[in-house]
Unconditional design. Structure first.
Length: 255
């Protein structure tokens, strides 16, 4: 019975998010057929909450309006309270200046997923859409972000500008470039003026950025700290297994 409930919950989550995501005006009315007694409304609420925490303030306002029109839905305020009580707000913002950065930034996301950390991923150009960037950086704290991971290349201003506005830690990932091999990105991010620090990882260091974000969060999250310790143990065992194989077959047969 527990399996059926969990399966139903996942179906509702996916279906609800898909329906909402494809509607430019958050047409919540399309969810009405799913609000049946056998599908607990709490599951639908959770799905909406997960989508809303990754939405812009204007989308949330649209939802609040729709929830008043369609009386079967709870109020927008009620949804926000659920988000806070259940602690399902994304704790890490991942932002990149171009989709060409995605392979590197995805490594940070993979680490966060492995450690059970919620995140939001965006593509925002600080140079080409400064208004969108400023809105993102100014609202990051109220969206629940504790850390921002920002990746950029060449004249890599995105991480530094995030650090200038967002009051909590910013981790910068310098992107490899064809012209200067990523040194331009590295210098742009790491050489910040006094008072505006950016914790800069290696060029294309997506995985380490994800781990650093996790370690920052783990200072106030004992369960996450335990997951990090388990991850470190896993890395140790991988190396031990490789060494054991080397000792067994020798370097010529080692693959």
């Amino acid at each position: 019975m527990g399996f059926l409930v969990e399966f139903t919950r996942m179906v509702v989550l996916k279906r609800t998010c898909r329906l909402l995501a494809t509607s430019p005006y958050m047409k919540v009315s399309c969810l009405a057929p799913m609000a049946q007694p056998q599908l607990p409304t709490a599951f639908v609420i959770r799905a909406i909450a997960y989508l809303l925490i990754r939405s812009s303030p204007s989308d949330i306002q649209e939802f609040a309006h729709a929830s008043m029109v369609h009386s079967w839905l709870p109020s927008g305020t009620f949804i926000v309270n659920i988000i806070k009580e259940e602690n399902i707000m994304p704790k890490v913002g991942i932002v990149m200046g171009s989709d060409s950065d995605m392979p590197v930034m995805s490594k940070a996301a993979d680490i966060l997923e492995k450690l059970g950390i919620d995140y939001e991923m965006r593509i925002i150009s600080a140079h080409r859409e400064p208004d969108v960037f400023f809105e993102y950086a100014k609202t990051a704290e109220e969206k629940g972000f504790k850390v921002i991971i920002a990746g950029a290349g060449m004249a890599a201003h995105l991480p530094g500008m995030c650090a200038a506005i967002f009051p909590m830690p910013v981790i910068g990932i310098p992107m490899h470039t064809t012209s200067l091999g990523g040194r331009d990105s590295l210098y742009s991010i790491v050489q910040m003026p006094s008072g505006i620090p950016v914790a800069t990882v290696a060029i294309n260091g997506g995985a380490n950025a994800g781990l650093l974000a996790a370690k920052i969060l783990a200072t106030s999250d004992p369960e996450l700290l335990n997951r990090l310790k388990a991850y470190s143990q896993e890395l140790k065992e991988q190396v031990e297994a490789k060494d054991a194989r080397l000792q067994e077959v020798g370097h010529k047969a080692y693959k």
